[in-house]
Every structure is written in structure tokens, then in C-alpha cells.
Write a new protein. Structure first.
Lengths: 226, 226, 248
């Protein structure tokens, strides 16, 4: 038992690699802070196109976009963008490949969430706002969107959580985020401890988020039942 | 040279397609089979856990199930995969990449399924179970014929979404060397110095996942129109 | 000669944590009788009824059904429940099954009847409650009164020796109440033994063989309807009854 512990959680090694892993964690944070806002913005834009446009063609196009990128595994998209673009004579730095591929696919998910949120607001709300002389844009910004976002907060958080988890695949491109650093340390030190430590860090940071999302979902369910 | 033919020549080169398609499609077969097994086991285990959580009055059992679910929801799938695949050999448990992919992805799926089936059960009125029991049905018969059919129906959209995520995650197997579509396409692509196999792998994944995406759209449409 | 006793509660007590809901309840229901339980809300009527088929386990006391103490260890409660039907205030129909499916589910998976046999019995039960025409409808397509009649048919189909009713008309719009009470009268004429928690005082007065007045977790009175509704000696019952009778 203690042998297993010293293999999987060797304190000396843990102490040694901890700063290196923290560096990786910082990169993970930065990547998340880059990708989530991009995805949110893209998703909101698509959702507005879908719900506010008078053209059927626009709605169909948005649907096609969303379905296409929901069907495209993140890793496949990432590999495709980063290994195929050089054949076009483009040499994208990994961070750009990552930003492009993540924005393409996460905006599809965020779009669905925003759309559901906007759809959950009864038309009477818009009518009431318009009857007071507010413009369509004002109504959207001050009446519809605030309520819509509140209704889908658990889903928005849940999707953002998935994105933070998803940044671990940036390790495949050799970006030195948490998982990548743990893997390098593991192969240099011949010890699984860095991997276990990285898993533990993910767990400690993301568990509260998982609980939060679960509790918010449960609260939403209760609210919608009454 | 005209841009369009050269694009097609690069990304969808017929010669290279002919040479590499058999390899990529063969691994597609494997991926589909593995994906199917993961979905069957993950959903089965998830339903079992949710039922156990509903049945048991013991706090410890509930806490264990919730802990299992939370951990697997918090850990990025790739991290779990890498920990299982690279850390276990240090204690002389070597595990084959296919098996590792199967185990990790089934466990993750079961956690998400438990969560959504459980909330489906919680959304049902307690009276359903009592009505069934009052007619002399056993707990498990009431579960099978009355509670689960309704809970699964409530959870179906989320279950579909998790199946989509699971099939996408099979691509992660390539990172530990499971020879799924993306892995074999990457190998072929570097052998031929051409991205055509990658394009093919993207198409294969989209073909595998799109039916699920369309099904989830159909479900959304159906509940939306009520 | 007195009729056989079908159901007997002996010293039933039920605690929810520190809250004592039933504090020693005794009564008997004989074959073919309709016994009404009335009383203020919170007095423990539902808890008592749910103890009768062990949806709630009594903290102490016995339920003797057809001569057998079903609160004993080792009794196959699922077997006993086939013979004790129950009708719920909120109907509790299965929304994923048709009307006929609701009525035949237990026949098929408890009594293990074939689809054809179960349908035949189910249709007969539906005919008894005038719902045969709706066999293929789903619960959400029915009115409250229709739902409750299906709820009754679900209990009747198992040919139980007694049916427990927990405020079967309390969730209904006033104009739908009479159809359900009508079905219950018909059941009684056909000889079904019934134990009915109700706030329908007119029904309790006209149709019951005996009325049990529960108050604060005990049986405060147990007598013929004539005597109960004429009683002058019980102050709490007086105030309870006057509230209800004046409403009508
Ligand atoms: N499952 C339960 N847990 C805790 N208290 C309960 C439960 N069921 C009923 N009670 C309490 O028991 C008391 C009697 O309830 P009930 O039997 O439903 O009365 P009635 O049907 O006469 O209105 C009430 O105070 C109620 O709050
Ligand atoms: Mg009650």
C-alpha cells in the first residue's frame, strides 16, 4: 500500500514538479480566458442572427453551422486546422489554431444555449417593452437578453466548464498547459506522480464548478415546476 | 493556377484518397464498434447507478455515487485517459489503449447518464411509484414499467447529447495510440505528406455523429411544438 | 350474523421523527361495508389509509387483512396489495401509458396475464366506470373526473377485496365531482368493500354504513352516519361538521 502511495504520490517529486505544473495551470487559465469570451461572443451573434432575422435562409444557415460543428470532434478539428493549414501555405502558431478551432465549435454550443434562453421569454415581454416606445434593440438588450441569460445560466456555466476541461487537448499541439507539463514531467522523471498531481489539481479546481452547475440545475428545475 | 482545383487537389486528392481510404475506413469500423460498446455500457451503468441512488436510503451509498459522478464530471476526459494509460504501468498493470479508452469513456458516460436519469426520476411525482406499488407491483417492476420509462423520456435529450460527446471523445484515444479514425488518418497523412486522410477522418466523424445531432434537433422540435 | 371482518387496524401509531401523527387508531371494516373517514386536515387520515396497504409502515400496531397480520415480518406485501386497491387524490395515472395500459399494467406484470386476458378484464373495469370509450386516450387528454374514474378502474381491475380512497374528489372541479361519486355508489351497490377518506359530507351521510371521525391522530368517533351527523356531544366534531354542512 505504502509502496503504491510512494509511486503514485511521491511527495518529493510532487514538491519538485509543483511550480512547473502551476505554470501549466496558468496557461490553462489563459487559454480558457481567451476561448470562452470568443465562444460566447460568436454564440450570441449566431443566436441573434437565428432569432432576430426575418430570412428563413439565415436560420437554415445558422442551423447547418451549428449541426456541422456539433458533429465535429474538438480534437479532429484542432488537428485539422493545425496540420492542414500549412498545406495552404499558412503557418498558424498553435495558439491561433487553438483559438480558431475552439471558437468555431464552442460558438455552436453557446448559440444553442442562447437560442433556448431567448426562446424561453414569452413574446408578451417584447410587446410590453415595445408598447413603452423602446426600440427592438433596446428591448433585446434591456428586457429579453437579461432574462434569457438568467434562465440559461446553468447551461452557460456547464458549457464553459466543458471548455476549461477541453483546453487539455491543447497538449496535443505541444502547448505547455497543465496536462502537457505533467506529461513532460512524467516522462523526464519516470514517475506517475506529476500526472496524479495534475489530475488532483483539475479535480480541486473543477469540482466546485461541477457542484455549482448541478445545484443551479436543480434550483432551475424546482423553479420551473412551480 | 486556379485556386479551387488546387484546394481540392490538396485536401481531397483522389489518388491519395484511394490509397488511404481503406486504412481510415477500417479504423472507422473499429471506432464505431468501440463507440457502440461504450454507449451501451455507459448508459447501462448510469441507469443502474441512478436506480441504486433512488432505491437506497443510505447516506454512504448516495455519497459514493455522487462522488463518483462529480469526479468523472470534473476531470477532463483526456486527463483521465492519460492517467489510466501512462500511470498504471508503474505498478505493473499494463493496459491496452483500446481497453483504456473503453473503460475511461464508459465511466465518464455513466457519470453523466446517472446525473440526468437521476434528475429525470426526481422530476417525477412521488405518486407514480406509490400508485404502482399499491397495485402489488414489486419495486423493480414499478421501476421498469412506470418510473424509468418516464425518467428516460425526460432525460432523452441530455442522453443524446452525452452520446454525441462520447463518440467525439473516442478521437482522444488517438493520443494514447488507440488506432481510431483520427490516429490512422494522422499517420497516413504524414506518410503521404498530404491532408486528404485528415479530411476523410473529419468526414467520417461527422457522418458518425450527425445522425445523433439531427435526432437531438428532432427531439427539441418535438418538445418545442407542445 | 355479522359479516366477516376484511380489514382491521389495531393500535396503529405512526411517528415522523418527533411528530406523532397517529396515536393509537383502532377500527374494523366488514365485508361489503362502505366506511367513511372524515376529519380536519392534518388529523392523520391519509397517513392512516397509507398504513393500511403499508405504503407507510406503522411505527406500532397491526393491520389485519383478511385474518392475516400483514405488518408481520415475512409477509409478501406485493401479494397482499393486489387485494387492497387504492385510489389517490392526485389520480397518479401513468402519463406514458394509455387508459387501457394504465388499467392492465399490474394485471400483466403482477398477475402475469396475457395481453388478451388483461385487455378483457381491463375493458370490463373501464366499462364499470363508463370509460371504455377512452381506452386508447392518454391521461393528459382526459378531464379530472375522467382521470379519477380511470384511477378507480385501475384498482377495480385487480378484483381487490377492499379499495382505499384518499379524498378521490378533492382535486376535481365541483362540476366533475358527481360523476366520480356516482361511480363509487355503483361500486358499492355491486358489493365492493370501501374505506373512503372524504370531505364530501353529503356522500358520507347518504352512502356510508359507518363514519369514522378522526381528530389529532385518534378516532374521536366511530358510528352510523345518522348518529355521527346528529351528534351533539362532541364539540370539535360539531364545529367541524357545521363548517362543512354550512358550506353546502
Ligand atoms: N412523509 C411525511 N413526513 C413527515 N410528516 C408527514 C408526512 N406525511 C404526513 N406528515 C404529517 O402528518 C400529519 C398528518 O398528515 P395526513 O395524514 O396527510 O393528514 P390528513 O390526510 O388528515 O390531512 C400532518 O401534520 C403532516 O404534515
Ligand atoms: Mg390527506
Amino acid at each position: 500500500m505504502s509502496e503504491i502511495l510512494t509511486t503514485f504520490f511521491n511527495l518529493d517529486i510532487a514538491r519538485q514538479v509543483f511550480p512547473f505544473l502551476l505554470e501549466g495551470l496558468l496557461t490553462t487559465f489563459k487559454l480558457s480566458l481567451l476561448i470562452i469570451p470568443l465562444g460566447l461572443a460568436g454564440g450570441l451573434l449566431l443566436a441573434l442572427l437565428h432569432t432576430q432575422s426575418h430570412y428563413r435562409a439565415v436560420r437554415i444557415l445558422v442551423n447547418c453551422y451549428v449541426d456541422f460543428f456539433r458533429s465535429f470532434p474538438q480534437l479532429v478539428l484542432l488537428i485539422f486546422v493545425s496540420f492542414a493549414t500549412p498545406f495552404l501555405g499558412l503557418d498558424l502558431p498553435p495558439i491561433l489554431s487553438l483559438a480558431i478551432s475552439f471558437t468555431l465549435s464552442t460558438s455552436a454550443y453557446y448559440c444553442e444555449i442562447f437560442r433556448a434562453g431567448i426562446g424561453s421569454i414569452p413574446p408578451a415581454q417584447t410587446e410590453a417593452a415595445r408598447s413603452t416606445g423602446m426600440s427592438a434593440a433596446q428591448t433585446l438588450a434591456h428586457v429579453v437578453l437579461p432574462q434569457a441569460v438568467r434562465n440559461v445560466t446553468p447551461d452557460l456555466l456547464g458549457n464553459s466548464l466543458e471548455i476549461v476541461k477541453g483546453t487539455s487537448i491543447a497538449s496535443v499541439l505541444g502547448m505547455s498547459e497543465l496536462l502537457h507539463n505533467a506529461q513532460s514531467a512524467q516522462s523526464v522523471l519516470f514517475s506517475p506522480t506529476p500526472l496524479m498531481l495534475a489530475a488532483l489539481i483539475y479535480l480541486l479546481l473543477l469540482w466546485p464548478a461541477v457542484r455549482l452547475v448541478s445545484n443551479l440545475e436543480a434550483a432551475m428545475r424546482l423553479r420551473s415546476r412551480h | 493556377m486556379d485556386a479551387t482545383p488546387s484546394l481540392i487537389h490538396t485536401f481531397f486528392n483522389p489518388d491519395i484518397l484511394a490509397k488511404t481510404a481503406p486504412i481510415v475506413l477500417a479504423s472507422a469500423g473499429q471506432t464505431v464498434l468501440l463507440g457502440f460498446l461504450i454507449i451501451v455500457c455507459g448508459i447501462g451503468l448510469g441507469i443502474l447507478l441512478a436506480s441504486l441512488r433512488y432505491y437506497t436510503r443510505r447516506r454512504t451509498v448516495t455519497a459514493l455515487i455522487v462522488g463518483y459522478v462529480d469526479v468523472l464530471r470534473a476531470l477532463p476526459p483526456l486527463v483521465l485517459l492519460i492517467v489510466v494509460y501512462f500511470a498504471l504501468p508503474y505498478v505493473n498493470v499494463s493496459i491496452d489503449a483500446t481497453l483504456a479508452t473503453f473503460l475511461c469513456l464508459s465511466a465518464i458516460l455513466s457519470a453523466f447518464i446517472e446525473e440526468c436519469v437521476w434528475s429525470g426520476i426526481a422530476a417525477l411525482a412521488q405518486g407514480q411509484m406509490e400508485a404502482a406499488r399499491s397495485t402489488g407491483m414489486t419495486w423493480s417492476a414499478a421501476m421498469r414499467h412506470v418510473v424509468l420509462p418516464q425518467a428516460l423520456k425526460i432525460a432523452l435529450p441530455q442522453i443524446t447529447n452525452r452520446c454525441i460527446a462520447t463518440i467525439k471523445n473516442t478521437a482522444l484515444g488517438s493520443v494514447i495510440g488507440f488506432n481510431e479514425v483520427l490516429g490512422s488518418a494522422q499517420a497516413a497523412s504524414s506518410d503521404f505528406a498530404n491532408p486528404t486522410p485528415l479530411t476523410l477522418s473529419a468526414l467520417v466523424y461527422i457522418a458518425m455523429i450527425l445522425p445523433f445531432v439531427l435526432f437531438s434537433r428532432y427531439l427539441e422540435h418535438r418538445t418545442g411544438s407542445h | 350474523m355479522q359479516k366477516r371482518i376484511i380489514l382491521e387496524a389495531v393500535g396503529i401509531r405512526k411517528d415522523y421523527g418527533a411528530l406523532q401523527v397517529l396515536k393509537g387508531v383502532d377500527f374494523r371494516v366488514r365485508e361489503g361495508e362502505l366506511v367513511s373517514i372524515i376529519g380536519p386536515s392534518g388529523s392523520g387520515k391519509s397517513s392512516m389509509l397509507r398504513c393500511c396497504n403499508l405504503l407507510e409502515r406503522p411505527t406500532a400496531g397491526q393491520i389485519v387483512f383478511d385474518g392475516i397480520d400483514i405488518t408481520r415480518e415475512g409477509v409478501n406485501i406485493n401479494h397482499v396489495r393486489q387485494n387492497i386497491g387504492m385510489v389517490f387524490q392526485q389520480f397518479n395515472l401513468y402519463p406514458h401509458l394509455t387508459v387501457l395500459g394504465n388499467v392492465t399494467l399490474a394485471l400483466r406484470c403482477v398477475k402475469k396475464l396475457s395481453r388478451a386476458e388483461a385487455s378483457e378484464i381491463g375493458m370490463a373495469a373501464l366499462a364499470q366506470v363508463d370509460m371504455a370509450g377512452k381506452r386508447d386516450a392518454y391521461p393528459n387528454q382526459l378531464s379530472g373526473g375522467q382521470k379519477q374514474r380511470v384511477g378507480i378502474a385501475r384498482a377495480v381491475a385487480l378484483h381487490p377485496q377492499i379499495i382505499l380512497f384518499d379524498e378521490p374528489t378533492s382535486a376535481l372541479d365541483p362540476e366533475l365531482v358527481s360523476s366520480v361519486l356516482g361511480v363509487m355508489r355503483k361500486l358499492r351497490e355491486a358489493g365492493m368493500t370501501m374505506l373512503v377518506v372524504t370531505h364530501e359530507m353529503g356522500f358520507a351521510k347518504e352512502v356510508s354504513d359507518r363514519v369514522i371521525f378522526m381528530d389529532g391522530g385518534v378516532v374521536a368517533a366511530n358510528d352510523t352516519p345518522e348518529r355521527i351527523f346528529a351528534a351533539q356531544d362532541n364539540e370539535r366534531m360539531q364545529s367541524f361538521l357545521s363548517r362543512f354542512l354550512n358550506e353546502k
